[in-house]
Write a protein that binds this ligand. Structure first.
Ligand SMILES: [Zn+2]
Length: 493
């Protein structure tokens, strides 16, 4: 389910609106409550985006619906719709709605000729997803990746290789790639340089520039962003909590970060480094954190800390680089009622609740979503976490903050990476116009993607049922169980 509350209402000024402006590697979600000023140089592009957002939110709808709701006059709407149809961003359904007077032709989102790609860098795997403009998933691949052992140079090569395959796949289907967004567990500046990623051992790595070079300076945007920020964007844009104005996503992978949306805006801070909840110190005498400090939330409640606590035998194996099998073991033992594992999960839950209480006091979120591997273990983490949250937050009932499991599982940041590009289109950064009469005849581009059944858990569309697709549906991997064994690529090309 995709919600775009009121975005298309900007022109009328009668309802709150939401738009997304962005620059080099920058996401800025703003909430507008009045008439939208003609702040973009191209008023027509703005109006095209208004119509596009309306159709995304309200399809099927007619030209008259658009005119009535946006305040644009009918002639302008007809002209804008004609251009959007020409650009294959929307299409007529062939259905009409009988009304008083002439029957109205209904419009729906098209966007099948376009693709947005999100790629998530984890410590143990790379995940890439591509969606078309309607949000329909085109591919979802995972690849084993040893982020702790790979040098930055080798890591860039692996990321570029997977991105390149995804680009090749969707381009081969006749689609125009609109953007590639790479999610990294670390501090990323506006230029796409990873200033610090402790779990990966990266410092001042110009990932954006390196990837653009490795991809031979592509015509589409290559953006690098913090993984928690993108995961929060995915939650805000789709899934059961879409449109929640005060929302937090906690990543549960090698690191622990918070993507924080406040009043519909992603909280980035002065240099874009906000949300490092994992490195808030809860216990100065606690265990050493990968950042070098002691007692950080990440060192107490991160997935590696949980694995060491619940499965003490793993200490003999050295650093853990593949979490999925260990998380699977923890879950299996928890299901069997293993007291030591249940105690370890409860202790981890208490630390998480402590951290969330800090968020509750500072930003009073409506929902805090446990992401990544936390979501798999949520049934055992949540009771202790909720009790700790209520005990530590100042406001009664923790200010209404609800602590819940994310429905994305792992891969939320990859989905958010693709969503970032779609947000930019919705905000008026329309794809370059390439009239190509031959394109419509290419069978590979399905024009009816919007009819696909939504995903059972997330409400997101299911995967393209394409014969020979070597990838797998990320969404169909609800747990750590389904991740690939080390050295195994799920994309077998
Ligand atoms: Zn730390």
């Amino acid at each position: 389910m995709v919600r775009h509350d009121g975005a298309a209402w900007c022109a009328s000024g009668t309802r709150p609106g939401r738009t997304v402006a962005w620059g080099a590697g920058l996401i800025l979600i703003t909430t507008q409550r009045g008439p939208r000023p003609a702040d973009l140089a191209d008023v027509r592009a703005t109006n095209l985006a208004v119509v596009l957002r309306f159709v995304r939110a309200n399809a099927p709808c007619s030209r008259a619906d658009i005119a009535a709701s946006t305040g644009l006059n009918k002639a302008t709407v007809s002209s804008l719709v004609a251009e959007l149809i020409d650009r294959r961003l929307i299409r007529e359904t062939g259905l009409t709605e009988n009304r008083i007077g002439r029957p109205a032709t209904m419009l729906v989102l098209d966007g099948a000729p376009y693709a947005a790609i999100g790629l998530e860098v984890g410590l143990d795997e790379l995940t890439v997803v591509a969606v078309d403009l309607a949000g329909t998933e085109l591919l979802a691949w995972r690849r084993a990746f040893d982020g702790s052992a790979a040098s930055p140079g080798r890591a860039v090569s692996a990321i570029a290789a997977l991105a390149s395959r995804a680009v090749k796949r969707v381009s081969g289907q006749g689609r125009q790639v609109l953007g590639l967004t790479v999610a990294v567990p670390g501090l990323v500046d506006a230029a796409g340089t990873v200033r610090l990623a402790t779990t990966l051992g990266w410092r001042d790595l110009p990932l954006g520039a390196d990837l653009r070079r490795a991809l031979r300076e592509p015509s589409f945007d290559v953006v690098v962003e913090n993984d928690a920020n993108l995961a929060a964007l995915a939650e805000y844009r789709q899934g059961p909590y879409a449109g929640t104005a005060h929302l937090v996503h906690l990543t549960g992978g090698a690191g622990l970060g918070a993507g924080v949306i406040v009043d519909g805006r992603l909280l980035r801070g002065g240099r874009g480094f906000a949300g490092e909840l994992g490195h808030v110190s809860l216990d100065p005498t606690g265990p050493v954190c990968p950042c070098g400090r002691r007692g950080c939330l990440e060192a107490l409640a991160g997935i590696p800390a949980l694995i060491r606590r619940a499965l003490p035998d793993t200490a003999e194996d050295g650093p853990i680089t593949d979490f999925a099998p260990e998380v699977d073991r923890i879950r299996a033992r928890a299901r069997r009622g293993d007291p030591a594992v249940l105690a370890a999960l409860a202790e981890t839950g208490r630390h998480l609740g402590h951290g969330v209480a800090l968020l509750a006091n500072l930003v009073n979120p409506e929902v805090v979503l446990l992401g990544g591997y936390f979501s798999v273990l949520a049934p055992w983490l949540l009771p202790a976490a909720e009790a700790e949250l209520v005990a530590r937050a100042l406001a009664p009932e923790a200010g209404g903050t609800r602590l819940l499991a994310s429905t994305f599982g792992t891969g939320a940041a990859a989905a958010g990476g693709a969503a970032r590009t779609l947000e930019a289109v919705d905000a008026g950064r329309l794809p370059r116009h390439e009239p190509d009469p031959g394109r419509a005849g290419r069978g590979a581009v399905g024009g009816d993607a919007s009819r696909k059944a939504p995903h059972r858990a997330t409400g997101r569309p299911g995967p393209e049922p394409e014969s020979g697709t070597p990838g797998e549906d990320v969404d169909a991997l609800p747990s750590a169980l389904a991740a690939s064994p080390p050295g195994t690529a799920t994309d077998n090309r």
